[in-house]
Design a protein around this ligand. Structure first.
Ligand code: DGY
Length: 321
């Protein structure tokens, strides 16, 4: 029997080429995604769905898809998918770990540097024609070299961020639910959460979004930070209490922030938009052509493996296999 595959949004063509060889494809080659009713109808006869972080894949969608075997997310994060509901129904969920690690860490470091040296603020000033003369304290920012980077969540991306920091002669401390046994080898120091926020000149967040991490950086954590410190978030928006952050930035209780992710994407709260001491990007940390292509291909490989009766390379809930 021919397998039916749904691709919910535009992906790089290499993924489509791969999937075309595996079954009958319903490809929605657009960035706007499917409205709820269309999604519920589209999944009805599919064995595989290749979706993105903007597609909520909940129990209702799964119940509308009695033949569904795999949900292949084109992202390493999978908080858009109800994994427990998928597991209950024997549906494999897969993600795209590894391929985006370096690219995402590069971008987290880009935000760190841009926020520290006030790059976007200075550019706005220049483009607005406001630059009249060289001034000794014009756009003076924070030094990166020989300062302390605090990594909150020492997963793949957090470790990569730590490696980048050593090139800037930074001291690196980290906090995670469990201490890594290799940390000293990498020159990293494990600290408790409070110490991380209190001692760091830069805090970079690298935890997944789940019930434990939602708003795990809020007013109490921000109150611990130095007035010269900078917060970087490339993980998921709801990990940070956005309004508490906006308030801390507006009152200059911390020096700055660099954000790639937001609580209600693509809406960004006006409180954040009004701030100068904040560098913002529209969730693009993994967006290099090479990496995004690899993510699409990896999701396609996961979907293809499951519908061909093979073990997918990146299951999130391997217990269903
Ligand atoms: C992910 O993969 O989870 C990112 O947020 C998008 O690359």
């Amino acid at each position: 029997m021919t397998k039916k595959i749904l691709v919910t949004r535009h992906v790089y063509p290499e993924a489509i080429e791969l999937l075309q060889g595996c079954g009958e494809l319903e490809y929605h080659d657009s960035s706007s995604g499917l409205d709820r009713d269309t999604m519920l109808r589209a999944v009805a006869d599919k064995q595989a769905v290749v979706c993105q972080l903007t597609d909520p894949m909940d129990a209702e969608v799964m119940d509308a898809a009695p033949e569904l075997k795999v949900i292949a997310n084109v992202a390493v994060g999978f908080d858009n998918i109800d994994v427990a509901a998928a597991t209950e129904r024997g549906i494999v969920v897969s993600n795209t770990p590894g391929v985006l690690t370096d690219t995402t860490a590069d971008f987290a470091f880009t935000l760190l540097m841009a926020a520290a040296r006030r790059v976007t603020e200075a550019e706005r000033f220049l483009r607005d024609g406001r630059w009249q003369q060289w001034e000794i304290d014009m756009f003076s920012g924070q030094d990166i070299n020989h300062h302390t980077l605090g990594i909150y969540g020492l997963g793949r991306i957090g470790r990569c961020m730590a490696r980048r920091a050593t090139g800037f002669d930074m001291r690196v401390i980290y906090h995670d639910a469990v201490r890594a046994d290799y940390d000293e080898q990498l020159g990293l120091k494990f600290v408790d959460k409070e110490t991380l926020f209190r001692e760091s000149d830069f805090v970079s967040i690298h935890v997944p979004l789940n019930d434990e991490t939602r708003h795990c950086v809020g007013a109490p954590e921000l109150a611990l930070m130095k007035p010269t410190a900078i917060l970087i978030n490339t993980s998921r928006g709801p990990v940070v209490d956005e309004l508490a952050l906006a308030q801390a930035l507006a009152e200059k209780r911390i020096a700055g922030a660099g954000l790639d992710v937001y609580e209600n994407e693509p809406t960004v709260s006006p409180e954040l938009l009004a701030l100068d001491n904040l560098v913002m990007a529209p969730h693009i940390a993994s967006a290099s052509v090479k990496t995004r292509t690899r993510m699409c291909v990896m999701a396609a490989e996961n979907a293809a493996a499951v519908i061909n009766g093979e073990r997918p390379p990146n299951p999130v809930n391997p217990e269903v296999l």
